[in-house]
Design a protein around this ligand. Structure first.
Ligand SMILES: Nc1ncnc2c1ncn2[C@@H]1O[C@H](COP(=O)(O)OP(=O)(O)OP(=O)(O)O)[C@@H](O)[C@H]1O
Length: 221
């Protein structure tokens, strides 16, 4: 599903070269969920961006569904991203000028994979049936994030990448959103890579790895 092999990434900064990832090996199989933890600045978002093909490693390679991202030109990479990846961020990144149903359909439309039955099912599972015409600013934070999760899953991606998806929510909304996310991930049998600072959020996932000094450590025995 997702394979990272000896991935290295160094940024050039005004202070000089900043090595962030230093030989990352990671495999995520279909249906598996993995929590990625590590202190602030350890490179979690960098790793997630590389896995999404939004940035490229200096060394090593990344494959999704058996396709090496580096062997694809940008249009093919964008197509792979649209069809196989769902992305969820801490900031919900909904389109403010689109209502609930159009936000929900957005990614599936771009990927030309719209499925009206699945969209209706998702809308109900998100607890947003009856609110199709609402705009994002008329929704609570938890509702907005549920919609962002629905949008990411509307294409039935094989891999969902989530960067602190509950980081902007109070504890109660966070619990509801996380439970829904995990249920929908199980329903679609997609793989999940989730960045989180919270051990509580990481606990229900299958695996946990910690990023430290550019490398992955498995803190569970
Ligand atoms: N485009 C960039 N150019 C230069 N440095 C960058 C760039 N992107 C990230 N960095 C640096 O790389 C390091 C890792 O950043 P990253 O955002 O991946 O960390 P993180 O573990 O996700 O942090 P946080 O938990 O605070 O979100 C940081 O020191 C950051 O300043």
């Amino acid at each position: 599903m997702l394979v990272l092999h000896q991935v290295h990434k160094t940024f050039s900064t005004p202070q000089g070269e900043l090595p962030v990832l230093n030989g990352i090996d990671l495999t995520l199989d279909q249906g598996e969920s993995l929590a990625l933890m590590g202190e602030s600045g350890s490179g979690k978002s960098t790793l997630l961006h590389l896995a999404a093909g939004l940035d490229v490693p200096d060394q090593g390679h990344i494959s999704i569904e058996g396709q090496r991202l580096s062997s694809l030109e940008e249009p093919a990479r964008a197509r792979l991203r649209r069809q196989h990846l769902g992305l969820v961020f801490q900031q919900f990144h909904l389109v403010p000028s689109l209502n609930v149903i159009d936000n929900l359909r957005l990614q599936a439309r771009l990927a030309q994979r719209e499925d009206a039955e699945w969209t209706a099912h998702l809308l109900a599972r998100l607890g947003l049936a009856g609110r199709e015409e609402y705009f994002p600013e008329q929704l609570s934070g938890g509702q907005q994030q549920r919609l962002a999760i629905g949008r990411a899953l509307a294409v039935r991606p094989s891999l969902l990448l989530a960067d602190e998806p509950t980081g902007n929510l109070d504890e109660q909304s966070a619990d509801t959103v996380l439970a829904l996310l995990l249920e929908l991930v199980a329903e679609t049998r997609c793989a999940l890579l989730m960045v989180t600072h919270s051990a509580r959020v990481a606990a229900p996932l299958n695996r946990l790895v910690r990023l430290h000094l550019g490398r992955l450590e498995d803190p569970r025995p």
